[in-house]
Design a protein around this ligand. Structure first.
Ligand code: BG6
Ligand code: MG
Length: 218
């Protein structure tokens, strides 16, 4: 029987639905640059760094810019994004997540965060759950973005657990790939057609317990 000693959560789209705020801010930037950014293309921006996201957005719009201009636009997008997340409350923690984390605490399973976001600490504070995470590895701490496994490997190292005894929860294709490449068990949260590389995919955390996850993974 598989023994799980740690759970490592992605943030955006797993703990909280910030993906919609990222989308709104990128859409606003696209519109300023004179092109439309559709929700179906937003999938490509999930899990990857701010600058990588901007490069994909510019490619979609057929816009070529130098590094300085890109830096300016990334800051501009982030300012709008920060305005959206400043209004967030603990009510926005996705359904079932808090109950699952509470179950992990009772069973002494270690809890980490592995997010590409440079706003992760701000968001966890806003949601009032920062104290629940024993390590927070975010976009300010890594040099290689997902799908590189660095984020999750650092979290596992901090928690002193082997990747094979840890579950990563991810909503993005790049994140699932990072987890699998790192040797972790991976639960995809969302669309099985997108997250097919995960060990299992569930739509959300509603009613989910560790024993349910384990029975699905095995
Ligand atoms: C990831 C999101 O969690 O963080 C991406 O899925 C986002 O969409 C990335 O681009 C970086 O976030 P931030 O907050 O540093 O701009
Ligand atoms: Mg995500």
């Amino acid at each position: 029987m598989l023994e799980i000693k740690a759970c490592i959560f992605d943030l955006d789209g797993v703990v909280v639905d910030t993906a919609k705020y990222h989308y709104l801010a990128w859409k606003r930037l696209a519109s300023e640059l004179g092109f439309e950014f559709h929700e179906k293309d937003n999938e490509r921006l999930k899990g990857i760094s701010r600058l990588d996201s901007l490069n994909i957005l510019l490619e979609i719009g057929g816009v070529t810019l130098n590094e300085k201009e890109k830096e300016f636009l990334a800051v501009r997008k982030n300012q709008w994004y920060l305005e959206y997340i400043a209004k967030m409350t603990p009510d926005e923690i996705l359904p079932g997540v808090r109950a699952f984390i509470d179950e992990l605490k009772v069973n002494r399973v270690k809890i980490g965060l592995g997010s590409a976001s440079k706003n992760a600490v701000l968001i966890l504070n806003q949601l009032g759950i920062i104290h629940l995470f024993e390590t927070i590895v975010d976009g300010t701490k890594v040099s290689n973005a997902k799908p590189d496994p660095e984020i999750f490997l650092l979290a596992a190292r901090d928690l002193n657990v082997a990747p094979s005894q840890s579950i990563v929860f991810e909503d993005a294709e790049a994140g699932v790939e990072a987890a699998i490449r790192g040797g972790f068990k991976c639960v995809g949260i969302g669309n099985p057609a997108v997250l097919f590389k995960a060990n299992i995919v569930v739509p959300n955390f509603i009613g989910m317990t560790m024993s349910k996850f384990l029975s699905l993974i095995n």
